[in-house]
Design a protein around this ligand. Structure first.
Ligand code: GLV
Length: 310
């Protein structure tokens, strides 16, 4: 019988729970947890998040690299990635639903001044304000998550514009594509939400050139990757009032260093990379299904295109 080996390579977490969930799907699986790899020749399928660069090249029979999240930039940043290995990512309704709720929550919080009232409360200040009227949201990134966020915000009554690299036709979304149309896409928006994959094309896409084109007083939400944002350009844009504020869930360095200016900035609201977190049950099911697909020579779900990097 074919050896049934899966390697879990998640250096930043205790993988015990996840390993048990995989084992529950098939008790015959030989689940190894890095760095206790055993015989490297056994490893055909590996689950990774932020693996050490060069590590994946050590497995001569590796066929599949499965990302433990929606993003795969953590895989492609390894300059020694083995060639001819299939790369997959997680796509599930838990990840999309969490992101939709997060983005909607942040927008409504801003719109209704809820955080401001909490500050007023500390000073026993009774000072009613009108809710903001801005109703247009521009989503940068129209993949599975972008589509779900668009539909969710649509149901709440927002007008949605969306930008992506390739052309898309989406009901109730005014779509734009390609670099030239980026300024048209963001131009009229009250809220700009980055949901893009991080690639060489999208790195630092949230920079002064983009901020110059947004409507004065727009609000930025970055739930993509820290690498999408030029941090100094954001600080300048907030200082000059071009952007009213920003909510950031992802950072160039995570955890965000204690002395980073973002922590204390009055117009930056930050969360610790929690907008959408991998659900272990869903991840175990999807990863095991793809493992079976590999063994049965069936097409894998949620394959990534290495030439695009997402
Ligand atoms: C989280 O950031 C993910 O990519 O799943």
């Amino acid at each position: 019988m074919h050896a049934m080996t899966i390697l879990i390579l998640l250096p930043e977490r205790d993988a015990t729970d996840f390993s048990l969930l995989l084992a529950a799907r098939n008790p015959n699986l030989d689940i190894r947890t890095w760095p206790d790899v055993g015989d490297i020749n056994d490893i055909e399928y590996v689950i990774v998040w932020n693996h050490p660069a060069g590590e994946l090249k050590k497995y001569p029979n590796l066929k599949v690299i499965a990302s433990f999240g929606a993003g795969v930039d953590h895989i492609f940043k390894d300059p020694d990635l083995p060639a001819n290995v299939t790369i997959t990512r997680l796509v599930d309704d838990s990840l999309t639903q969490q992101m939709s709720e997060y983005v909607a929550g942040v927008i409504l919080n801003h719109r209704l001044h809820l955080t401001t009232y909490r500050e007023f409360q500390a000073a026993a200040l009774w000072s009613p304000k009108h809710a903001r009227s801005g109703n247009t949201v521009c989503l940068l990134g129209l993949g599975k998550i972008g589509l779900s966020v668009a539909a969710y915000l649509n149901r709440l009554g927002f007008t949605i514009r969306g930008w992506s690299q390739s052309p898309k036709d989406i009901e109730n979304v005014k779509t734009f594509h390609g670099e030239q149309s980026l300024s048209d896409a963001v131009g009229n928006a009250d809220y700009i939400v980055c949901l893009l994959p991080l690639t060489t094309e999208t790195e630092n896409i949230l920079d002064k050139d983009l901020f110059r084109k947004v409507k004065k007083g727009a609000y930025l939400i970055n739930v993509g990757r820290g690498g999408h944002l030029n941090e100094e350009d954001l600080m300048d844009s907030l200082y000059h009032g071009q952007l009213d504020g920003a909510c950031l869930d992802v950072f160039k360095t995570e955890p965000l260093p204690d002395d980073h200016a973002f922590w204390r900035h009055p117009n930056i609201h930050l969360t610790p990379h929690t907008a959408s977190v991998t659900n272990l049950e869903k991840a175990a099911s999807q990863i095991y299904e793809n493992y079976q697909n590999m063994n049965n020579n069936k097409p894998l779900l949620n394959r990534v295109d290495p030439s695009k990097g997402y």
